[in-house]
Write a protein that binds this ligand. Sequence first.
Ligand code: ITT
Length: 199
Amino acid sequence: MVSSFNGYKLFMKNLIVATSNPGKLKEMGAYLTGLDWQLQLKPEEIEIEETGATFAQNAALKASQVAKILGQWSIADDSGLCVTALDNAPGIYSARYGKNDSERIARLLRELGDNSQRQARFICAVAVANPSGEIVCESTGICEGEIIFTPQGDSGFGYDPIFYVPEYNLTFAQMPPDLKRQVSHRGKAFAAIIPKLIH
Ligand code: ITT
């Protein structure tokens, strides 16, 4: 693909978006649109095992391995919800906390019970790897909030209906996409990394 800018033809480099999660893909795709990168989805058959101990390690692992396998630039996000009263669970295991979004939400609400300590934070680490698999830039975004007792709203994905942001008096699932982008862990992580992706 070529694009033109100030009369010059620029060759757009491919950037593989290394996720299998449709909710994350929708947000990542929106945040990366309009840059001089040709976005491509990671082939489904490539699955990277998340063996890291932190969000940053897992993001780097996913970006690096996908880049190496395909010989292309790659961007990955590792994210999750850390609930203070649950010793920061599910944390890096957020995707593995249940079979689907409703089971994960039900388990979290069950484990938290009627605990009045509802403080939680979403964390997102993003990493970009070059075609050799070297990490060239990384960022992290955090959003503080609370776990509500009953799911509210139907936008977004994952734990969005139970993650309430007091400043806006809304859950993530009640926010329009532009507001979630402004406030969320992923929006902040991408805002920090996008300037480094402009070439
Ligand atoms: P990939 O590794 O293929 O990208 P994944 O779903 O396995 O997909 P993670 O390991 O990063 O991704 O797990 C993140 C989980 O945390 C995700 O499955 C959701 O359950 C939750 N999560 C992350 N960001 C979220 C958000 O913005 N809103 C709601 N839930 C979110």
